[in-house]
Design a protein around this ligand. Structure first.
Ligand code: NAD
Ligand code: DAU
Length: 352
């Protein structure tokens, strides 16, 4: 198949592209604006392949989207391009509305025009796969899980913009017949994760001897999914999923934030002990909470398990150890980001 991946230079997109190049015969075109979060260095393992092409462009640019669809002739559009960081959406929501809502509208409209002109067999096989988040469902109490029928209740500018984009995708499926698929996924982690997000931020700040900021009391819960498991789920969905369906994807690995931070400290104590012999946990600092901070996310991923035979393969204990080791072994990748793009300072406390 020919797969057009928007946002392919980001954290999850690049994991998907590396997987498709390494483990399949599919041809891949990455369509990415290269914002602060887009990194060609994350695509280096795939870049040498003759099944890989890169186009630097904005999903809001209808002409470029149309031209790329015409020239590349994809069988699948895997739409991952987005502004993805909740804290940045608190500081500057406008970019989130533009990219996540308007950009998804442009992608849908151009994909529709392209799809309508395909020959019948290719038209029937085409898929527009929209990659979304569990944050659209809001925040859980101590009990329960998000399912595919949980009502939408987004509570941050980020999750509201993703919820709106999910609605647009389903509307294009329902009204125009575009063969759409939607996945809503929990928190990803693993190699090549941009250091604005909790896990890489804590690893890097720990190694740099800096305070480790835990928002509020650290009791918030996230359901962690190793990014390569997510890439495998995405492939299963666009290869075998039923058009018009939604699939929730989760790691079955709920953790309180404070336990995640403590786990990272313990692994670093073993792999790279501090020069002064002190524990990394001594660097933990409780800081002012994120405005509107959702308390708990947890995914019921039984539908994708039953329908597409996908389950997560990496436990949190294994995944977090692999992740810490990757950051220890790949300092050049993250040092470039610290020097030129983002130096792990606090985000998301501004007044919006
Ligand atoms: P990311 O921030 O790491 O990467 C986003 C990518 O999109 C970057 O390469 C960036 O350059 C590109 N991009 C941004 N605006 C663009 C535009 N206007 N035109 C073209 N490219 C643009 O994001 P991620 O963490 O890899 O997330 C990918 C997708 O998965 C997003 O849609 C996100 O909402 C969703 N998601 C993420 C997670 C998670 O835990 N990271 C969980 C569930 C869902
Ligand atoms: O649930 C899926 C979502 O997971 C994705 O849709 C988002 O794109 C992705 O960024 C992620 O959102 P979160 O807000 O959950 O991820 P983040 O890494 O920013 O924060 C994880 C938790 O850790 C959250 O409860 C806030 C907390 N936190 C975060 C940072 C950056 C801290 O306590 N300290 C920090 O410094």
């Amino acid at each position: 198949m020919r797969i057009l991946v928007t946002g392919g230079a980001g954290f999850i997109g690049s994991a998907l592209v590396r997987r498709l190049i390494e483990h399949t015969d599919h041809e891949v075109l990455v369509f990415d604006k290269l914002t602060y979060a887009g990194l060609l260095s994350s695509l280096e393992p795939a870049a040498g392949s003759n099944r890989y092409t890169f186009v630097q462009a904005d999903i809001c640019d209808a002409e470029m989207v149309a031209r790329t669809l015409q020239e590349f002739q994809p069988d699948v559009v895997a739409h991952l391009a987005a502004e993805s960081h909740v804290d940045r959406s608190i500081d500057g929501p406008g970019e989130f509305v533009q990219t996540n809502l308007v950009g998804t509208f442009v992608m849908l409209n151009q994909a529709l025009g392209y799809w309508r002109n395909l020959p019948e067999a290719r038209k029937a096989a085409f898929r527009f796969h929209h990659i979304s988040t569990d944050e659209v469902f809001g925040s859980l109490g101590e009990e329960g899980f998000f399912t595919e029928t949980t009502p939408y209740d987004p509570r941050s500018p980020y999750s509201a913009s993703k919820a709106g984009s999910d609605h647009l995708v389903r509307a294009w499926g329902h009204t125009y017949g575009l063969p759409v698929l939607v996945t809503n996924c929990s928190n990803n982690y693993g190699p090549y994760h941009f250091p604005e997000k909790l896990i890489p931020l804590i690893i890097i700040r720990a190694l740099n001897g800096e305070p480790l900021p835990v928002y509020g009391d650290g009791s918030n819960v996230r359901d962690w999914l190793f990014v390569d498991d997510h890439a495998r789920a995405l492939q299963a969905v666009f290869e075998k999923g039923q058009p018009g369906q939604t699939y929730n994807v989760g790691g079955n690995a709920e953790q309180k934030n404070i336990d995640v931070v403590t786990a990272i400290c313990t692994i670093l104590d073993q792999l790279r002990p501090r020069d002064d012999g002190q524990a990394y946990a001594n660097q933990i600092t409780y800081v002012a909470d994120r405005p509107g901070h959702d308390q708990r996310y947890a995914i019921d991923a039984s539908k994708i398990g039953a329908d597409l035979d996908w389950t997560p393969s990496v436990t949190f204990e294994e995944g977090i150890a692999r992740t810490v080791r990757w950051y220890l072994e790949n300092q050049a990748w993250w040092q470039d980001i610290l020097d030129a793009r983002y130096a792990t300072q606090r985000l998301g406390v501004a007044n919006g």
